[in-house]
Design a binder for this molecule. Structure first.
Ligand SMILES: O=C(O)CCC(=O)C(=O)O
Ligand SMILES: [Fe+2]
Length: 227
């Protein structure tokens, strides 16, 4: 399941991120890549332990905390501190699958990567190419979103970033360990939650049908959650 989360960041937050990133010391993106993806990866990243990386990581985590859509789509248990990448002209990330397990820097903890996210930080008209292409159960999805918007997709899917042929594409990207590791189960819960929201708006919270389906949602969650 691919989910598009519009306006995760406000226009002011996007502008602030871009201003801080402009002053960051970018390094070769292969610093966080596994063996296979190191072959596939040609981009730049902000070092995880740099002051800019840390500050903006916190900013994105706060934005995620405000997003009801991220909460219901990803059902997050643990979120990897968001990273920041950049593809200048000719840079690309060929087809790969993200590592299943990732050490969380500076903590000794590890997370299982169930959900991958890209938060776009460059307006799409400012660059050519740079689409995130995700192989989904429904076929190939090509994603290029306005700055401040985010896409959430299963970390198990093969994906790539098309070469940038004009301008520069900046983004934040990170992984989430979900309370529900199976993508098909997360999708069913997500669709059920959206339907419950519609029903509540139309029928009110006290309606017997709304109560019944809400109870079923929570009971299903109880069956499937691992924590
Ligand atoms: O830049 C992106 O949108 C995706 C980056 C990516 O796939 C990765 O770093 O594993
Ligand atoms: Fe990836």
């Amino acid at each position: 399941m691919l989910v598009h989360i519009p306006d995760l960041l406000t226009a002011d937050e996007v502008a602030y991120c871009r201003q801080v990133l402009a002053a960051a010391a970018w390094v070769d993106g292969r610093v966080t890549a596994g063996d296979q993806s190191a072959q596939a990866k040609r981009n730049l990243q902000v070092p995880q332990d740099s002051p800019q990386g840390r500050e903006l990581s916190e900013l994105v985590l706060r934005a995620l905390g405000r997003s009801a859509q991220f909460a219901t789509a990803a059902l997050p248990l643990k979120v990897f501190p968001p990273l920041f990448n950049r593809y200048d002209m000719g840079m690309t990330f060929h087809a790969h699958v993200d590592n299943a397990i990732r050490p969380v820097p500076g903590t000794g903890a590890r997370i299982r990567t169930d959900v991958s996210s890209t938060l776009f930080l460059t307006p799409p008209d400012d660059y050519d190419g740079g689409e995130l292409v995700v192989e989904d159960t429904y076929g190939q999805q090509r994603v290029k979103l306005p700055a401040g918007h985010m896409v959430v997709y299963p970390a198990s899917s093969l994906h790539r970033v098309e070469p940038v042929t004009r301008g520069s594409r900046w983004a934040s990207f990170f992984w989430t360990q979900s309370l529900v590791k199976q993508d098909d189960r997360r999708r069913m819960l997500y669709e059920m939650d959206l339907s419950i929201r519609h029903l509540r708006a139309d029928l009110g919270d006290g309606h017997a049908g709304v109560l019944g389906v809400t109870a079923a949602y929570h009971n299903l969650l109880r069956e499937w959650v691992e924590m």
